[in-house]
Design a protein around this ligand. Structure first.
Ligand code: DX5
Ligand code: ZN
Length: 212
């Protein structure tokens, strides 16, 4: 069954605990936490202190998406804070294998993210060091963007090449375009705007889970 991961970038920052509890009660599977450094992406979002408090506030797996350069300096900080999955971007400099192995060595699951314009060749050398590939369906940095229609075929291609780990998509996902992503082999859908705007997220998540 598809896993639904609300992205708290779309939550009300002044009522984060309320919104997180609402999504957990609504049947969300993971909680997607965007971390942005205003360098790798032109935006700033969520700190390790927030992840620490989220860990105390919910038992949902914390899916931490590091949209940052030099994440190796912060892996221990986010892992200590309670991250269950830590995803780094394939476009950054540094020893990706060492970073992915470290995340796993510390008992969390390791993810590798690809921007829409980054081909699978950038991920190929690292796939055996990952538990998840995050195929960004928007340019990272902001919620509320339109899904990039070129990306779903990347998901299908990854499955065709035999990747059996989680494949997560992130950005512009809504009830109307999720079936197409499922057909391509998606296993985790990050949803920010579409979910947080919804009057009845419980009903919506039930419909999304029924899709497959
Ligand atoms: C964008 C973030 C996404 C975003 C999802 O850089 O990684 O997680 O918050 O946003 P929506 O679902 O609102 O497009
Ligand atoms: Zn994200």
């Amino acid at each position: 069954m598809i896993k639904i991961a609300p992205s708290i970038l779309a939550a009300d920052p002044l009522n984060l605990e309320r919104d997180v509890r609402k999504m957990a009660d609504a049947g969300a599977d993971w909680l997607h936490v965007d971390v942005m450094d205003a360098h790798f992406v032109p935006n700033l979002a969520f700190s390790p202190a927030v992840v620490r408090r989220l860990r105390q506030a919910t038992s949902l797996p914390l899916d931490v998406h590091l949209m940052m350069d030099r994440p190796e300096r912060y892996l221990d900080v986010f892992l200590d804070a309670g991250a269950d999955l830590v995803t780094i971007h394939a476009e950054i400099a540094g020893d990706l294998t060492a970073m992915l192995d470290k995340i796993r060595r510390r008992g969390a699951r390791a993810g590798l993210a690809l921007k829409p314009g980054t081909g699978l060749s950038a991920a190929a050398p690292f796939l055996s060091h990952t538990d998840m590939v995050l195929t960004m369906t928007v340019e990272p940095g902001f919620g509320g963007q339109k899904l990039n229609a070129e990306v779903p075929d990347k998901i299908a291609e990854l499955r065709k090449r035999g990747y059996t780990g989680e494949i997560e998509a992130d950005g512009g996902i809504k009830e109307q375009n999720l079936p197409m992503l499922l057909e391509k082999g998606l296993s985790v859908a990050v949803m920010g705007t579409a979910l947080f705007r919804e009057q009845d997220p419980t009903e919506m998540i039930r419909r999304l889970h029924e899709m497959g």
